[in-house]
Design a binder for this molecule. Structure first.
Ligand code: 3HC
Length: 292
């Protein structure tokens, strides 16, 4: 396909806004779409403050930062993405909701446009089957936070063409990322390995083997992980972790993927992690002091 000049990103949450920021910082025009104007306004301020933070730490020049901010547009209207060369969706992890979005995208997107999903575990083959261009549908799984993490996991659906794969790989490299490639099986590579570790950390807590602090310190200092598994679960979102464990359990059919009852209970209680101010840990004081 021709050079990617304009990217559409759908979903203004943590992942979508991070992908939009990354793209703009790499000199590509980007239009970020969310159905909720309030979400877009939060995304716009968090992108600006993240870019300004990089300037204040001298990691980005003022002119690159201003250029990046000028490359960003925000919209609630799907038709604005009809000019995009490449569209990345990062909306809620629901197969039904994503499929219905792909049906609409297929209608409005340029015939040459590639439709990528940032899904953490939903089948790319099934998402692709809701379009008339399954050869142009691909998984492009960014890690959180997208501007910082060095990896993109590319997932090939059953019908993804070599040209689509090559264009997605080239774009990922242009964004400064290292690419790994997965076939389309539950959890792909990263979450198939990461989520059972997080789930096991919950079992370790649930069965009173150790405190949450010792579990996290054990993995941080014992295996050099930047965050302990429980802290990381709070960062990712406990609801996201639970939904990925359910996909692994359903798709791979082994009891070892059964979600820990404590993880289920926290999600039931609305303890979803950092984004809610409470998960395994309580962040309410930290978030109040950062606002004051
Ligand atoms: N935009 C740009 N830069 C950012 C940023 C953002 N949104 N957030 C953080 N940074 C930069 C900071 O500027 C800082 O840069 P510097 O070191 O050059 O000064 C650097 O990242 C580190 O940030 P902080 O000092 O604020 O914080 P930490 O040193 O504690 O690092 C972290 C934060 C990078 C998140 C680190 O703790 C980490 O790597 N954690 C593990 C994250 C991880 O495992 N992510 C993958 C999760 S799995 C996933 O996403 C898949 C999904 O499907 C579930």
């Amino acid at each position: 396909m021709a050079d990617v000049k304009m990217i559409g990103v759908i979903g203004g949450g943590q992942m979508g806004s991070g992908i939009a920021q990354l793209t703009a910082m790499h000199g590509i025009d980007v239009c970020l779409l969310d159905v909720n104007p309030q979400v877009l306004s939060t995304a716009s301020s968090s992108i600006s403050s993240s870019i300004n933070r990089l300037v204040s730490k001298s990691q980005l020049s003022q002119s690159t930062a201003s250029d990046a901010l000028k490359r960003l547009r925000f919209t609630t209207n799907l038709n604005d993405l009809s000019v995009a060369d490449f569209i990345i969706e990062a909306i809620v992890e629901s197969e039904e909701v994503k499929k219905s979005l792909f049906v609409q995208l297929d209608k409005i997107a340029k015939s040459s446009a590639i439709l990528a999903s940032n899904t953490s575990s939903i089948s790319i083959t099934r998402l692709a089957s809701s379009t008339t261009r399954p050869q142009q549908v691909i998984g492009m799984h960014f890690m959180n936070p997208p501007p910082v993490m060095k990896l993109i996991e590319i997932v090939r659906g059953a019908d993804t063409s070599d040209a689509t794969f090559a264009a997605t790989k080239a774009l990922s490299q242009r964004l400064g990322k290292t690419v790994i490639t997965s076939q389309d099986y539950s959890g792909f590579i990263v979450n198939r390995i990461l989520m059972p570790m997080i789930n096991e950390a919950f079992y370790t807590l649930y069965t009173n083997v150790a405190t949450k602090e010792d579990i996290d310190t054990g993995m941080k200092l014992g295996t050099n992980h930047p965050m302990g598994p429980l802290e990381l679960a709070d960062f990712i979102g406990l609801d996201v972790c639970l939904s990925i464990m359910k996909v692994l359990h359903a798709g791979l059919g082994d009891n070892k993927y059964s979600p820990c009852p404590l993880l289920v209970q926290y999600v039931d209680a609305g303890r979803l992690g950092r984004k809610r101010g409470i998960g395994v840990y309580d962040y309410s004081k930290e978030q109040k002091s950062s606002k004051s």
